[in-house]
Design a protein around this ligand. Structure first.
Ligand SMILES: NC(=O)c1ccc[n+]([C@@H]2O[C@H](COP(=O)([O-])OP(=O)(O)OC[C@H]3O[C@@H](n4cnc5c(N)ncnc54)[C@H](OP(=O)(O)O)[C@@H]3O)[C@@H](O)[C@H]2O)c1
Length: 172
């Protein structure tokens, strides 16, 4: 089982603007001729998504990006499932990870939830999509805790975005 944290961030490390305006992600101003086409092929390889309830509610508002994939929403509230592939989880995160053996799991926000996974050594990889913009303020990607990483791959796309892949170096 591997858990990959995937976030889209500005170059100065913000993952959202305070007003949840996402227009900064549409990179209409940017092009990189040497880049490769950005495809969704990798999404086919994902077995299930894990998200926090605020990201869930935002996804319902802005448009469901997780297709028919199994989506586990962490919440302690009674929420309504957006579809047959949505399930709610309020237990221990280590038990959740154990229950997802053999799976390629993507943890896709938000920070309140994914920051709980790091100290539990539950994040194996990070895929960071960097948008060529400085937002200056907003919701920070990380919370200032030190975490060593190993670069394993990177891709530059025609729209000027880049994907950086890291392996998380285990805390002793
Ligand atoms: N740029 C990107 O790639 C990206 C992707 C996703 C999200 N975002 C941004 O992230 C922000 C949302 O993130 P957020 O940090 O505010 O919220 P979040 O992490 O999406 O959701 C937080 C909620 O998750 C639930 N939760 C967290 N830990 C839990 C646990 N151990 N067990 C059970 N439930 C747990 C709680 O829900 P209850 O209160 O319901 O119990 C908590 O209030 C938005 O600004 C969004 O735009 C950006």
């Amino acid at each position: 089982m591997s858990i990959t944290l995937h976030m889209v961030a500005s170059l100065d490390g913000f993952i959202a603007k305070k007003d949840d305006d996402y227009s900064w992600m549409d990179v209409s101003w940017s092009a990189y001729d040497k880049g490769m086409e950005m495809t969704a092929d990798i999404l086919e390889t994902i077995d299930c998504y894990i998200i926090g309830s605020r990201t869930y509610e935002l996804a319902l508002k802005l448009g469901w990006p997780y297709a028919e994939k199994r989506t586990i929403v962490a919440t302690k509230r009674k929420l309504t499932a957006a579809g047959p592939n949505v399930e709610f989880y309020s237990g221990d995160l280590v038990d959740l990870a154990k229950s997802l053996a053999q799976k390629n799991v993507w943890l896709v926000g938000g920070p309140t939830l994914y920051r709980e996974f790091f100290p539990l050594n539950l994040v194996d990889k990070i895929c960071l999509t960097v948008v060529p913009i400085l937002l200056g303020s907003g919701v920070a990607l990380f919370d200032g805790k030190e975490q060593k990483l190993r670069l394993t791959d990177m891709s530059a796309f025609k729209n000027g975005m880049i994907d950086l892949w890291y392996e998380v170096v285990r805390n002793p």
